[in-house]
Each structure stands twice: as C-alpha cells, then as structure tokens.
Design a protein around this ligand. Structure first.
Ligand SMILES: [Zn+2]
Ligand SMILES: [Zn+2]
Length: 119
C-alpha cells in the first residue's frame, strides 16, 4: 500500500451545524474531530506556548485575551483554507488564524477508538 495513504485525505467535510470536521483518508479510514478539540490542539507557536505555560506547575499564568472571547462549545470555523498539499488552515470564530494543521498531525490526532488504542 502507498505509505502516504494514511496521511493523505481523500475528502474533507466541515459540518458547521454539528461543529465537526470529517476527514476520509486515502487508506479508507475516517476521522471525526470536534471543533473544540481542533481549536484546543491548535499546533501554532502561540498556542504551544500557551499550553506549556499552563502545564508548568506553579507557573505564573498570564493570559492575554485578544479579540472576542469564545467559550468552548461555541467555537466555530470561520474559514478553511488548504495550505499547499500537506495541511489545512482553520480560521476560528475567535479570530485565531495561525494554526496550520498538517495532515500528518491530524491523522495522529484522530480521536477514534481504533487510533487511540494503538497509541
Ligand atoms: Zn494557535
Ligand atoms: Zn482513527
């Protein structure tokens, strides 16, 4: 089998009304990601920084809020753009737009029971 089939999407569907992103991969696997999960796992440098600060025990937490505050459960995808052939970029309804979600990252983040079981 083509080794890249598992990290190449065949079809990406963004279901705003269900707040889910469906990806069908070329190897036949299907992944469903909630918007909350994708926003929380945003791979950009800013969010990585934010997460490591929150994880630091006893660390001073300084949160700078820019733009409208959107609670978990309310986040929406404002826009989805392909980035080359390897990633997609989500623009979130809180104005955050620097997350580049590579297909490798997305496949690894697949929240289904089968994938979680192999990790
Ligand atoms: Zn981010
Ligand atoms: Zn999976």
């Amino acid at each position: 089998m083509d080794p890249t089939a598992s990290t190449n999407p065949k079809e990406i569907t963004v279901r705003r009304e269900k707040r889910e992103v469906h990806i069908r991969w070329q190897d036949g696997h299907e992944s469903v990601y909630g918007f909350d999960l994708l926003r929380r796992e945003c791979p950009c440098a800013l969010c990585n920084d934010e997460r490591s600060k929150q994880a630091a025990p006893g660390g001073l937490s300084l949160t700078l809020l820019t733009g409208p505050i959107v609670k978990a459960g309310e986040i929406q995808v404002a826009e989805v753009k392909p980035v080359g052939r390897y990633a997609i970029n989500f623009v979130w309804s809180d104005g955050h737009d620097s997350g580049i979600y590579s297909y490798t990252f997305l496949r690894e983040a697949c929240p289904c029971v089968t994938c979680r079981g192999t990790r």
